[in-house]
Ligand binder design. Sequence first.
Ligand SMILES: Cc1ncc(C[n+]2csc(CCOP(=O)(O)OP(=O)(O)O)c2C)c(N)n1
Length: 563
Amino acid sequence: MNKPVEIATLTGAQAVVEMLKAHRVEVVFGLCGDTSLPLYDALRAGSLKHILTRDERHAAYMADGYARLSGKVGVCEGPSGGGATYILPGLVEANESSIPVLAINTDVSVSSRGKFTLTELDQRALMRPLTKWNAVIDRSTDIPRTMRKAFEAMTTGRPGAAHIALPFDVQNGPVDQQDVYADPTHGSFPSRRVAPDPFFVELAAKLLRKAKSPLFICGGGVVLAGAEAELRVLARAIGAPVATTISGKGSIDERDPSAVGVVGSNGGTPETRALVQAADLIIFVGCRAGSVTTERWRYPAPGQARILHIDVDPAVPGTNYKVDVPLVGDAKLCLAALHDALEGYSRPSDLSAVERQKKAKFERFGALARSGESPIKPERVVAELDAALPEDAIVVADPGTPCPYFSAYYVVKGTGRRYFSNRAHGALGYALAASIGAHIARPQVKTVAVMGDGSFGMCVGELETVVRLNLPITFVVIANAVYGWIKAGQRAGYGKRYFSVDFGVTDHAKVASAFGVRSWRVTDPRELSAVLRSALGHGGPTLVDIVCQPLHEAQAPVSEWVA
Ligand SMILES: Cc1ncc(C[n+]2csc(CCOP(=O)(O)OP(=O)(O)O)c2C)c(N)n1
């Protein structure tokens, strides 16, 4: 008699863990809850590393930072109800920044729905408008295919975030082990590169040949696609300077003579704007040409230049500018195809305007950076950190003073992800948690998070996580006891009618040391260099609290406050 075939059965929770592993996930960031007990039991037994966080928002930011540096999907988890509403901000940022982050929130049992069950909420409806893809799993047998779909959605086309709600009873239901398989290439991004239509490549090549003063504006898509080498080759061939958005920093080594730096209203300067204005062809690459990059669609001015717009998302070219040629596809493949289509054509480059404008920008910056005034000028902080950090360091900048100043003046040396900020929503309090994820993805290099004191107040709890894990990250707090960026807006646009933007002074070094972080408070600019070097060289977590000139009194490197 034939023996009956034995079908190995996993629980739903075990299947979730196995599906993550099948997609080559190694680490999960998250926070426990009642509805997550089966999942935690499976995580305990599995080989995934779990980083316990102190807030689900930060779990998602950690997954985001991890994904940006590892090139893999970042995974975070939290419980039902508040766990879902708290994880949401991180998911939104990742989605809008085209970063693949998977959030799993456990949920009340399917059988408990609609009975005023504690923490019940409609996670499907909550997450739908904010993610690229989302699902509530109602049956345990649906777990494997739902997770395959989530990974595919996150890493193909424009990358984005996905959300899965996992009810309590589904975690305990059966899953056939044979169903638990994955295409591991969907665990990294971009997992499928889309080549451009050769017809549009030819049109674009014609445009490039005709241009007299082309200029690239590269967004985050270049770094996401790993297209830095193709960009360099094409930029050399057509003699074009390369400007970037904040997320595009790392598209080009900023010491390169053709590198313009960041353009736009948050990190751009009059000099970078002048270079945009001088172009007769703008080549946007992996860039949405949004309000910040274009200073509300004014630079380039509509009609000023011809536009070649390269993006993996067909909805992007043509949205904000009348585009002469749209080129839809992966940035790496598009830039390579364009270079091939030029068939050896090359234009001698004249980078003298770039050199002149950069010199003017950095001379102005240098004069302020050398200032011995107290409170310390933000320029001095940027210059001292720039000088003290190794070339391969990772810098994560929060909104407020850090983002515009570091975007404008911190020189990224080398290509790839070395500097980032949460540019989709610019929510305060991102950098600390994102730097944890970044460090876990790339532990061999130094990671620094720079934040305002407004941001510090929104993320300080995660210092416990940093200390528990003994992560050698350096946190820099630009302390000025004010929501400075907004106060600067009140100065610039509202006749200095300051209102409800000042808060009290905190000794952030003392707060950090109470968590167990080695910390310093600096008020004298002459001490800054030595303190930063001690902090960067220390083997554990460090924090440097720098009493700084508030932004509304400083010369912010922005042309205008725009919304
Ligand atoms: C969650 C969130 N709330 C409000 C804002 C609006 N906002 C932008 S910059 C800023 C002030 C930042 O203050 P701080 O972190 O102290 O840095 P500073 O500008 O003083 O350098 C505020 C409130 C925001 N970006 N994120």
